[in-house]
Write a protein that binds this ligand. Structure first.
Ligand SMILES: NC(=O)c1ccc[n+]([C@@H]2O[C@H](COP(=O)([O-])OP(=O)(O)OC[C@H]3O[C@@H](n4cnc5c(N)ncnc54)[C@H](O)[C@@H]3O)[C@@H](O)[C@H]2O)c1
Length: 261
């Protein structure tokens, strides 16, 4: 018996990285997963792979920076699944590694559209369904960087900090409808997003990441997926408005790493 048997779950940015791991874990736990992304070939192959293992999965194209795409994603899941139990607002991009005064307005607006406005829109379209059925779990992917500072990531951290406070706000507002809203703040996780950061900033950054985490390593996408499955499940029925830090201790003991550069 899976922990998410019979639940209808939507995951954004599910073709790769953390979203991929979350969608797969949720499907293995019995959910019917609507995986979405802009990487359509990868996403289609992913959903087909899950179906070939007897799991319930569909792929829906959704650019989270496009309002109509998010509306379509939610409506498709509700139409096919008959309800909506779980929304994972996961998709995001990393634009940073530069002082804020070097960031262009265009970069700022792009980052906010993909990383923050997407969360607003996902919730906006999902909430009426969840309120109507008097249950639901929204899981927003935030970041350790919403809690602590790191050179060069002002805009990214700003969006993640906003996700923390929007999560608390919605938990309070929609708790009376039995809709739970939580966030997960990962530490550094081995995903294509971080491969890109290493490619842009250099290998030394990967060594620094390991040192910054008290557990002495970076995390695996499956470790974030495990937290998401918990928050989506009935086992977390009394958990709302929380930010679950899955960060190897990063934010418990921010470390000064003198040989960072
Ligand atoms: N990797 C980390 O160390 C880390 C740490 C903290 C928080 N996070 C957060 O976890 C989430 C997932 O990060 P990740 O590392 O797996 O990222 P990733 O870049 O490895 O994967 C992101 C996925 O989102 C998709 N995507 C990108 N732009 C999109 C768009 N406009 N619309 C829809 N999909 C889009 C990509 O195609 C990809 O499949 C993000 O919210 C990220 O901010 C990641």
């Amino acid at each position: 018996m899976g922990r998410l048997n019979g639940k209808i779950a939507v995951v954004t940015g599910a073709a790769d990285g953390i979203g991929h791991a979350i969608a797969e874990a949720m499907a293995r736990e019995g959910a019917h997963v609507f995986a979405s992304d802009i990487a359509d070939a990868k996403g289609e192959a992913f959903a087909a792979g899950l179906r070939s293992q007897g799991l319930a999965a569909d792929y829906v194209h959704c650019d989270v920076a496009v309002e109509a795409d998010i509306r379509n994603l939610i409506e498709t899941a509700v139409k096919k699944g008959g309800r909506l139990d779980v929304l994972v607002n996961n998709a995001a991009i990393s634009i940073g590694g530069m002082p804020v005064y070097e960031m262009t307005d265009e970069q700022w607006h792009r980052l906010i559209a993909v990383n923050l406005t997407s969360v607003f829109r996902g919730c906006k379209f999902a909430l009426p369904h969840m309120i109507g059925q008097k249950s639901g779990s929204i899981i927003n992917l935030a970041s350790a960087q919403g809690h602590i500072g790191l050179d060069g990531w002002t805009a990214y951290a700003g969006a993640k900090g906003a996700i923390h406070s929007m999560t608390r706000q919605m938990a309070v507002e929609f708790g009376p409808h039995n809709v739970r809203v939580n966030s997960i703040s990962p530490g550094t996780i081995a995903t294509p997003m971080n491969d890109q950061v290493i490619a842009e900033l250099g290998e030394h950054i990967a060594r620094a990441w390991v040192k910054m985490h008290p557990l002495g390593r970076i995390g695996r996408p499956s470790e974030i997926a495990e937290a998401a499955v918990y928050l989506a499940s009935d086992a977390a029925g009394f958990t709302t408005g929380t930010d679950l830090r899955v960060d190897g201790g990063l934010t418990a003991a921010p470390r000064f790493v003198p040989d960072l550069v």
